[in-house]
Design a protein around this ligand. Sequence first.
Ligand SMILES: *[C@@H]1O[C@H](CO)[C@@H](O)[C@H](O)[C@H]1NC(C)=O
Ligand SMILES: *[C@@H]1O[C@H](CO)[C@@H](O)[C@H](O)[C@H]1NC(C)=O
Ligand SMILES: *[C@@H]1O[C@H](CO)[C@@H](O)[C@H](O)[C@H]1NC(C)=O
Ligand SMILES: *[C@@H]1O[C@H](CO)[C@@H](O)[C@H](O)[C@H]1NC(C)=O
Length: 435
Amino acid sequence: MVTSSSFILCSLLLCLVSSQVLATSSSQPKALVIPVTKDSSTLQYTTQIKQRTPLVPIKLTIDVGGIFQWVDCESGYVSSSYRPVSCDSQICMASGSGACVTECYSPPRPGCNNNACSHLPNNPFSNSSGGGEMAYDTAVIQSTDGKTGSKAVAVPRVVFTCGSAWMLEGLSAGALGIAGLGRSEVSLPVQFASAFNIPKKFAICLSSSSSSNGVIFFGDSPYEFLPNVEVSKSLMYTPLILNPGSTAGSYFEGNPSTDYFINLTSIKINGKAVPLNPTFLNITDGNGGTKISTVNPYTVMETSIFEAFTKVFRQEAKSLTEVSSVKPFKYCFSTNNTPYTRVGPAVPIIDLVMHSSSVYWRIFGANSMVQVKEDVICLGFVDGGSNPRTSIVIGGYQLEDNLVQIDLEKARLGFCSSLLFKQTTCSNFNFTSSA
Ligand SMILES: *[C@@H]1O[C@H](CO)[C@@H](O)[C@H](O)[C@H]1NC(C)=O
Ligand SMILES: *[C@@H]1O[C@H](CO)[C@@H](O)[C@H](O)[C@H]1NC(C)=O
Ligand SMILES: *[C@@H]1O[C@H](CO)[C@@H](O)[C@H](O)[C@H]1NC(C)=O
Ligand SMILES: *[C@@H]1O[C@H](CO)[C@@H](O)[C@H](O)[C@H]1NC(C)=O
């Protein structure tokens, strides 16, 4: 048995070292969470993040394909931690900016500093865009172990862009800008990842109810919902496709799209293939392809796809009684002889088939049918016209109560079918912190 004093010293040192490691690992979060609220009047998905010094809670509308966060800097932006991003900085170049503020003639203030990197904030709900300077400021976000909420942590330098007050038109009441989670070097997931050295990954789980919050996780799984349902093991994956042509309302020449495109190769309804012109599923000169969106409340399809899709759906839904349409939907049905299941009304099952026939996103009634009156449900897909920029835009309603993971490092999108099958929902994350 060794009982020398040097051994005791060593174990004391070890003990000191390991307690230090523990202290660091407990202060460095592995993942972060923000709540997501569905606004019943605009159908936008919003969140609240504390920002600035002193901290102010800021409501933002979520744009899953948005290049960055932007906020209105004109209406009372006060913060001692605000710092403009300079034009010659690495982050300015990485953002794809093609401009620099050189002619700000008022005294320096948030949104008006010379030699500040300039970018193009854009509001896809009103189709408005402007120019604004990029800046850093502090944010405070809740951390998590993936099971429950944990303590709030400060992110000292979060890059965002200044927008103008007039650009807020069309956003949910009280929203001061847009939280962009897109495929860029300056979106929130990338910045949170570099602040805490966590994976460049996030998962979005939108609640179908405007009275209970969904959640976005930044960083690694688990993704646990009450009662003890861990979702990360049930994900299927498909590669993200880079669209070389921007799909934003405004952008600098040559910048790629920051939307998340996936390789949808066919659509099946009750197993029957919908005849589609494959040209629309390809991306050519930035046009075509399939993306996910939290801007469009319902999935939008190019006209020929919409017509082929609804034709097969109605053939397969012969046992249902069709009733007159209710805008914005074209095909509606009576609920009178429609049985209900755990995953919503029993209607034909829609499969969005990805890069391989064994990888498909299955859509049940809860995500395909929208209740518009007490006894009327409508097929929740809309006609996008004959010449849309993107052929298929998978909208918010189809994402609700599904968990969608974006892994920027592996360039893949993970999805699971309805959480209702697992007897949980996106509003069942336990935000309550034990700390
Ligand atoms: C914005 O543009 C989209 C398509 O680019 C269109 O569907 C939408 O109606 C426009 N919104 C407004 C408010 O003009
Ligand atoms: C789709 O794109 C691929 C590669 O760019 C090309 O080989 C193929 O012919 C295209 N298909 C259609 C139907 O346009
Ligand atoms: C999409 O998937 C098909 C089938 O696996 C494949 O042939 C095609 O190259 C893929 N397209 C892209 C852009 O990855
Ligand atoms: C949520 O988590 C907290 C602790 O983190 C726990 O005390 C509470 O019981 C949990 N809520 C439910 C409904 O399980």
